[in-house]
Design a protein around this ligand. Sequence first.
Ligand code: 3HC
Length: 302
Amino acid sequence: MDSSELSSSSLQTKAQEQSAKIKNVGVIGAGTMGHGIAQVFAQAGFNVKLNDVSSDFISGGIRRIESNLSRSVEKGKMTQDEKNGVLSRIIAAPSLEDFKDREFVVEAVLEKIEIKRDVFKKLDKICGNGVILASNTSSIPITELAALVSNSERVAGMHFFNPVPVMKLVEIVKALQSSELTIEVIRALAVKMGKTPVVVKDTAGFVSNRVVCPMINEAIFVYEQGIASKEDIDTVMKLGMNHPMGSLELADFVGLDIVLDVLDVLYKEYEDPKYRASPLLRNMVRAGYLGRKTKKGFYDYP
Ligand code: 3HC
């Protein structure tokens, strides 16, 4: 075994040891992504504290978890006892101060840089400085968030996909400051959650959104130019490419505001016109037609 293999195997050992000690995790944000992340952690046996800006949001997230689990029970994929066990491992944490005892934290709050900055600054004061702080952001630079906390090497991206309980991928985003140990601990946790992790560098859009958002944007341009109906564009992608959803359907599913945010970040960062957002997408966001979450996007969701 050469020295690089030796150091890599000792890194793996350290990461396994450190990840095995993590039992108590915190999830900030109980929305579409946060509630799913909390559910998957709890299903993997972790004790989860779930935080959001109001108790109503937290109970809304817990209700969504309960309904996901009930569906699994109805389908015979989980017993009632297992469901109760998962729910018993999730508790509401109305204040971030409740995260003092957390051994790992993942943030999934709104995609607004000011809000994320505030959360990371608060976590820096509340959590011990060895606690890994991960962000589920789809577009905000992890390097910028890491710069806000002491011991920046413990910060990295842990990017899940919607719906979190179903989608296998976790994109682990390595900030300029992230240590190899941080990355390997997150990788071990993702595997424990039944996910398949990939590690990517902290660049705008990472891999996933750099590829998928321009694809969605192009589908919107095609629609805007009247080349085909929205249904036919989606049929092309479903039947011709075997995608589970058409690109316009996917835009509604992800949220048009999120797609636009990502495209704007890509455009600003790479200064390449190929990332310019379609005017129709921008106007739909202005109109508040954000997709499923507002019951109106390219399709209606009555
Ligand atoms: N929460 C939990 N489970 C869900 C769910 C949800 N919101 N929606 C569907 N499921 C489960 C169902 O219960 C079912 O489970 P089962 O196999 O155990 O019975 C399974 O998923 C399949 O669901 P359905 O049969 O109802 O419907 P579909 O077969 O049409 O699948 C889908 C639904 C999984 C959402 C599928 O259409 C799909 O994979 N779509 C693409 C999703 C995608 O691309 N996501 C990534 C978006 S990009 C992103 O998140 C990154 C961000 O940064 C922007």
